[in-house]
Design a protein around this ligand. Structure first.
Ligand SMILES: C[S@@+](CC[C@H](N)C(=O)[O-])C[C@H]1O[C@@H](n2cnc3c(N)ncnc32)[C@H](O)[C@@H]1O
Length: 364
C-alpha cells in the first residue's frame, strides 16, 4: 500500500467567518483593525487575492494610464538629482509599487540619475510582488523598513496613503466617539464605542460639537509611514501623490464622499460588506501628516516637469507617422489621450502632491 500523503495545511476559514469569531471573542473591532484585515489579511485580504490597479484591475491609477506619468516623473527625478549636485548612487524608492508599472515606465525613460543609481520597489502584497520586473539596478522588498538608509535620493508613493488602515470617529452631539465594527442581525454593522480625542492635526477640527453624525478619519498609519520615509533619506525628497483633503473639510462632508470602496472599476458596497472582496480607501487628511511639505496638484507637478513638451513631441511624431500606423505612431498618439487623463482637474490632475525636502535639497 502506498504511504498516505502528509496532511496538507489546514484550510483557512473565510475572512468573514474569522472576523466574526474574533468579534465574538474580543468584542467589536476598531475600524483600523477591520480595514487592515479587509485589505491585507494574508489569505483573503483584497490585495492578497490580487486586487490591483490597472485596466484589467479594480481601479485606474496614473501609472496605469500609460507610460507618460513615469516619463514625467523620470524628469522630476533628474531635476532633484541635479539640485543635489548629481550624486552617484542616487536611490529611488517607490512604495506601493504594485506589479511594477511605474518602475518600468520610469526606467524606460532612462533618467540620468539612475545611470549610476538604483531603484527599489516596495510592495506589501506578495501576489503583486511576484509579477514585478526584476533586473539590473531594480530591487524589490515587502516593507520600507527593509530599505537601507539613503544618502541621496527620493522616496515616491502614488496612491499609497489612501490604502493604509485608518480609524474612524463620529460626533454624537457632545463628543467624538470611535466607530467600531460589530455583528448585527444581517451581517457586520458599525457601532459607536468609547469617547476619543480627534487626531492631533496641525489644523484643528473646528466642526461645532453640536453637529451629531459628523465623521472624521484618524490616519496614524499614514503619518507613521511618512515619518519613516523622512527618516530614511539624508538628502533628497519624499513625494506623495494621492486624493487628499483635510480633517475639518471631511467633518463637513458625508462620509461616503471620502471613504469609498471599489471593485472591478465600480464603486463597491458599504465598507462592512463582504470583507476582502473590495478595496477600501480614504482621502488623505494632509493636516494629519508631518508638517513642512510643499503642495501642488498633480497637473501642476506634471506641467512643471515637461508634460506639455512630451505631448507636443508625440503630436509631431503622430503627424509624421500616422500614414504608417505603426506602433511608434500609435504610442505617440496615445500620449495625447494619456495627458488629458493625467491633467484632468476633476480627476487625476486634481490629486494632491506633497513633497518634503531633506538635507538642503531644493524643490520646485
Ligand atoms: C492603490 S494601490 C497603488 C498602486 C500603485 N502605486 C499605482 O499607483 O498604481 C496601493 C498599493 O499599496 C500597497 N501597499 C499597502 N501598504 C503598503 C506598505 N506599507 N508598503 C508598500 N506597499 C503597500 C498595496 O498592496 C497596493 O498594491
Amino acid at each position: 500500500m502506498a504511504p498516505a500523503d502528509p496532511p496538507g495545511p489546514e484550510p483557512v476559514a473565510p475572512l468573514g467567518v474569522r472576523l466574526a469569531d474574533r468579534i465574538r471573542a474580543e468584542g467589536p473591532l476598531g475600524y483600523a483593525d477591520w480595514v487592515e484585515a479587509c485589505l491585507y489579511d494574508p489569505d483573503a485580504g483584497f490585495y492578497a487575492g490580487g486586487g490591483s490597479a490597472g485596466r484589467r484591475g479594480d481601479f485606474l491609477t496614473s501609472p496605469e494610464v500609460g507610460p507618460l506619468f513615469g516619463a514625467v516623473l523620470a524628469r522630476w527625478l533628474d531635476d532633484r538629482w541635479e539640485a543635489l549636485g548629481r550624486p552617484e548612487g542616487f536611490t529611488v524608492v517607490e512604495a506601493a509599487a504594485g506589479v511594477g508599472t511605474l518602475a518600468r515606465t520610469v526606467l524606460a525613460a532612462e533618467p540620468a540619475c539612475l545611470a549610476a543609481g538604483r531603484y527599489v520597489m516596495v510592495e506589501r502584497s506578495s501576489t503583486l510582488r511576484a509579477a514585478q520586473p526584476v533586473g539590473d539596478g531594480l530591487a524589490s522588498v515587502a516593507d520600507l523598513s527593509e530599505v537601507e538608509p539613503i544618502g541621496a535620493g527620493a522616496v515616491l508613493a502614488n496612491e499609497l496613503l489612501d490604502n493604509l488602515a485608518f480609524d474612524l470617529l463620529e460626533h454624537d452631539g457632545s463628543a467624538w466617539r470611535r466607530v467600531l465594527v460589530d455583528i448585527g442581525d444581517g451581517g457586520f454593522v458599525e457601532v459607536l464605542g468609547a469617547e476619543a480625542e480627534p487626531p492631533a492635526a496641525h489644523s484643528p477640527v473646528t466642526r461645532p460639537a453640536s453637529v451629531a453624525g459628523a465623521r472624521i478619519p484618524v490616519q496614524d498609519e499614514a503619518r507613521r509611514w511618512v515619518e519613516a520615509a523622512l527618516d530614511l533619506v539624508a538628502r533628497g525628497s519624499v513625494l506623495v501623490v494621492d486624493y487628499a483633503s483635510t480633517t475639518p473639510a471631511m467633518a463637513d462632508r458625508p462620509v461616503d464622499g471620502w471613504l469609498r470602496t471599489y471593485r472591478d472599476h465600480e464603486r463597491g458596497g458599504p465598507p462592512t460588506d463582504a470583507p476582502g472582496s473590495q478595496d477600501v480607501t480614504v482621502e488623505v487628511a494632509v493636516d494629519q501628516l508631518p508638517a513642512g511639505a510643499a503642495t501642488c496638484t498633480q497637473a501642476e507637478l506634471l506641467r512643471r516637469h515637461g508634460i506639455d513638451d512630451l505631448v507636443e513631441a508625440g503630436r509631431r511624431l503622430w503627424e509624421e507617422r500616422a500614414h504608417l500606423g505603426d506602433l511608434e505612431a500609435m504610442r505617440a498618439r496615445s500620449r495625447i489621450a494619456e495627458s488629458e487623463a493625467l491633467l484632468d482637474p476633476e480627476g487625476l490632475g486634481g490629486f494632491t502632491v506633497l513633497e518634503w525636502t531633506l538635507g538642503g535639497a531644493v524643490g520646485s
